[in-house]
Write a protein that binds this ligand. Structure first.
Ligand code: RB5
Length: 145
């Protein structure tokens, strides 16, 4: 299950993402927002982060105007590794190296054509599982240096 969240700045692009997921038959839960009316992106970042923390969803997609505020918020949550990607190379690399569980994008930054390629790449690329990457991910969560 994929958790989806966006603010007004990401609403239009999220509708395109949902069409793609529907076409691919991929299950998702939409945590809002549900219109282009102005709202606060932390609400949706936290809903998506909590759905992943609880195990209800395996991963998520967050979209605000820039992708910045919504990704900063998500990354304050334990166990959330949110990658702000506006290119396909980064979307692939963050899955391989960081085992990112949330993709963030800016609806005012990328067009739908590129964004959907980024989504497809993020969702289809597995974590490499390599020891050095596992070690570095463990270091992210650790209090030690
Ligand atoms: C909303 O105007 C905008 O600030 C928000 O979508 C996002 O870009 C924040 O980082």
């Amino acid at each position: 299950m994929i958790a989806l969240g966006c603010d007004h700045g990401g609403f239009a692009l999220m509708q395109e993402v949902k069409k793609l997921l529907d076409k691919k038959g991929m299950a998702y839960r939409d945590f809002g927002t549900d219109s282009e009316a102005s709202t606060d992106y932390p609400i949706y970042a936290k809903r998506v982060g909590k759905a992943i923390q609880s195990g209800e969803c395996e991963n998520g997609i967050l979209i605000c105007g820039t992708g910045i505020g919504i990704s900063i918020t998500a990354n304050k949550m334990k166990g959330i590794r949110c990658a702000l990607c506006h290119d396909v190379f980064s979307a692939e690399a963050t899955r391989l190296h960081n085992d990112s569980n949330v993709l963030a994008m800016g609806g005012r930054v990328v067009g739908a054509g590129l964004a959907l390629k980024i989504v497809e790449t993020f969702l289809s690329t597995p974590f490499s599982g390599e020891e050095r990457h596992q070690r570095r991910i463990a270091q992210m969560e650790s209090e030690a240096n």
